[in-house]
Design a protein around this ligand. Structure first.
Ligand SMILES: [Fe+2]
Ligand SMILES: [Fe+2]
Length: 374
């Protein structure tokens, strides 16, 4: 049966603008029989004038989710669940289980003495510690102890497992992975470790102690893998670095004091597909609006404030998570006149840059703020 095919017509020179006729509709049906189609019926849809994200701007409040995350401890064991995680489901991206764009995120809880089975996959991951003591992650035999606001990498292909020491307290952390992206590339493999656990083969925290010293690198250091050898990035030196930069720089009108986490060997992103940054909004600071390509998942590491995303205001507090979809206008404001606010951000910026797809634009001629919807 024939149906309308001219719904994407645009009356603009250079764009597809073909009116349906009985003859054309019959022709389209013929093509369909051979698994083919006329490009002009879909060209304007598949090549929009600018990026059209199917992700919605969303704020996930920690106070809404925390009790539900803790309840999962009574409902399933890590052994049965594999990973006991409540994932963040963007209403526009449910089909690929993404929090935004091609990035997956979830909140994972683990009790003292619990250990998740060791595994590896093609997806790369970070975990950002929100609460609790005694959490640790083992990556390819390197054990990293993890505290509040620290984050750890588990890069593509590395064996990894997460646990909480028996003398610790219940821990909750945010996972962030490129699962949807790797699935979109149809390149995802998953493997469970044959022993379900791996031996710790090196001194505890050795990779951060070896590679995480500002301005210094080991002379006999040898690292050529496509991800940072500094598996763990700690909160205290990060906050100190932001504070120091804030003391001698005006920062960016769009981002305040923004620093990227880097691979110390290359000065590039921590992993090939996922980038991480931390930004400080000084007391009372309100940034100007801009937009750029790439998907961004923010985690409030410290303080409170709000962001305006495509004209909608989202008020956030510590450990809330919110997303900025690709090409969405956004600006951030610190609600406090005396305390700084700090935002951790996970993004696919390394992919955007590597593929030559990164673009940004300031709002208004001379910078400014978006009108906020009531
Ligand atoms: Fe994993
Ligand atoms: Fe931005």
């Amino acid at each position: 049966m024939t149906k309308a095919r001219d719904q994407y017509r645009e009356d603009v020179a250079g764009r597809a603008n073909v009116e349906d006729t009985p003859e054309l509709l019959a022709y389209y049906d013929e093509l369909e029989r051979f698994d083919a189609g006329a490009l002009w019926t879909v060209a304007n849809k598949i090549e929009p004038w600018e990026p059209v994200s199917s992700s919605h701007p969303v704020l996930w409040r920690y106070q809404d989710l925390r009790a539900h995350v803790l309840r999962s401890v009574d409902l399933v064991t890590p052994e049965k669940a594999g990973r006991r995680v409540i994932y963040l489901n963007n209403p526009g991206r449910s089909d690929v289980a993404a929090a935004v764009g091609w990035i997956y995120a979830g909140l994972q809880v683990m009790h003292p003495g619990e250990q998740a089975s060791a595994h590896r996959h093609s997806a790369s991951a970070i975990r950002f510690i929100m609460e609790g003591t005694g959490a640790y992650t083992v990556v390819d035999g390197h054990k990293m102890t993890l505290g509040h606001n620290d984050f750890v990498l588990t890069p593509n292909g590395t064996w990894h497992e997460h646990a909480v020491a028996s003398d610790g307290t219940p821990c909750i952390w945010q996972d962030g992975l490129d699962i949807p992206f790797v699935n979109a590339m149809e390149a995802n493999f998953y493997e469970v470790h044959p022993d379900l656990t791996q031996a710790v083969a090196y001194p505890v925290d050795d990779m951060t102690k070896t590679w995480g010293n500002p301005g210094l690198t080991p002379r006999d250091g040898n690292w050529s893998k496509g991800y940072s050898p500094m598996f763990k990035y700690e909160w205290a030196p990060t906050y100190e670095a932001l504070s120091k930069l804030a003391g001698c720089s005006d920062g960016s009108p769009f981002d305040g004091i923004l620093m990227d986490y880097v691979n110390p060997v290359t000065n590039g992103p921590v992993m090939k597909t996922l980038g991480a940054s931390m930004q400080m909004l000084r007391p009372g600071e309100r940034t100007q609006a801009h937009r750029h390509t790439g998907s961004y998942l923010y985690h409030v590491a410290k303080g409170r404030g709000h962001s305006v995303i495509n004209g909608k205001r989202f008020d956030w507090a510590e450990h809330d998570i919110f997303c900025v979809p690709s090409w969405a206008w956004h600006e951030h404001a610190n609600a406090s006149a005396s305390e700084d606010a700090v935002l951790f951000c996970l993004s696919d910026l390394p992919v955007m840059r590597a593929m030559g797809l990164y673009r940004e634009q300031a709002f208004g001629e001379n910078g400014g703020h978006q009108p906020v919807m009531p």
